[in-house]
Design a protein around this ligand. Sequence first.
Ligand SMILES: [Zn+2]
Length: 451
Amino acid sequence: MTSYFCELAVIGDPARGDVAGSVLLEVEEDRLVKVTPGSDRPNGAVLLPGVTLPGLANVHSHAFHRALRGRSQSGPGDFWTWREQMYAVAARLDPESYFALARALFAEMALSGVTAVGEFHYLHHEPGGRRYDDPNAMGIALIAAAADAGIRITLLDTCYLKGGFDRELEGVQRRFGDGNVDAWAERAEALRGGPLARIGAAVHSVRAVDPPSIGPVAAWAHDHEVPLHVHLSEQRAENEGCLEAFRRTPTRLLGDEGALGPRTTAVHATHLELQDVQLLGSERTVICMCPTTERDLADGVGPARALANAGSPLCVGSDSHAVVDLFEEARSIELDERLVRHRRGIHPPEKLLEAATLAGHRALGWPEAGCLAPGTLADFVTVTLNSSRLAGTRPDAVVASLVFAATGADVTDVVVGGRRVVTAGRHQLIEDPARAMNDVLTSLDDRRAGK
Ligand SMILES: [Zn+2]
């Protein structure tokens, strides 16, 4: 038994925003067994000054996009020109370098309070499309990287079959494809989770998976009782192509193929018709917004309030990792919508915190995490209130301060499954995550330069 004494903690359902003082968290193995507010500090309890909250869930990640940070953000273009840069990185990775990159990225996530990541994984095969000796070598590298960094991963193994509505895979896209949905399912079937790893499924998008292949992926997720994720309407061009090819919006198409529902997380959901919003909400499909990426790629602002009103839970992800900061993602749901609607107070801060914690964990298939309550997984994060950013936080406005002012850099301590992963701002399992990131990015840059 280990116990932690929290100066302040967000306890129970984060959507209620209940903040208590002098909270004793008692941990046995990987679970919280007791949560006691107003406690005395027992001898031996680890003191956590500041505010402790449930671990943050980063619901949408493509680890290899981290190699584009600072390399793709200036200059003209749009999503499609950025995609060419992204493909150039994808072309250079192998299981060894992907492991090194993901390990450094997942350590960066841990340092900023992320305790679970949803890795939307489609970089499956060798350049040209040949299978590795183990066809899951790349996915296994990602799972190992998360284990090294001490965070949970849901590997969302992604079906990717087409280069567009009327195009075959070409160039680097051949690395993404299994040929057909049965071959995808056979490969995904061989993946194994672990104490910190679970397997889920993904349809890359209606661009990349033809309608007859969408249903079998959804059925696979249903049969295995695992999450199903899908990119949805990030770009208007996807909607236009889908309407032209199938006379339906991407949302309607996914609905017709049985791919919506509470097990499904639709990522982005930026450009939707009113009927799409109603359909997603009525099916209780989860929406993952990735505002810092959607900004970076000039995508647009999705109708988060309308989706929530219609019945869709919201969660967040850092997607391309232009920024890894779940506080920034959560507040951006509100702040970006303010810019569109010209008014404030659209999403209560407690609901934004729920998006980054409990709702995110549910979307990743870890419903037993994301809430500080007895019986849940002992995954929690402490934010100092001594930084200049958070100095003067009022006791009656802790959640609002966290959501609107905290950054990942204010995270001091992270516990995942009862294990101390970050202590006093230092990663406990990886000696120097920044150096590890620098080393792998330098070697990838060299590889591009042909050194
Ligand atoms: Zn994505």
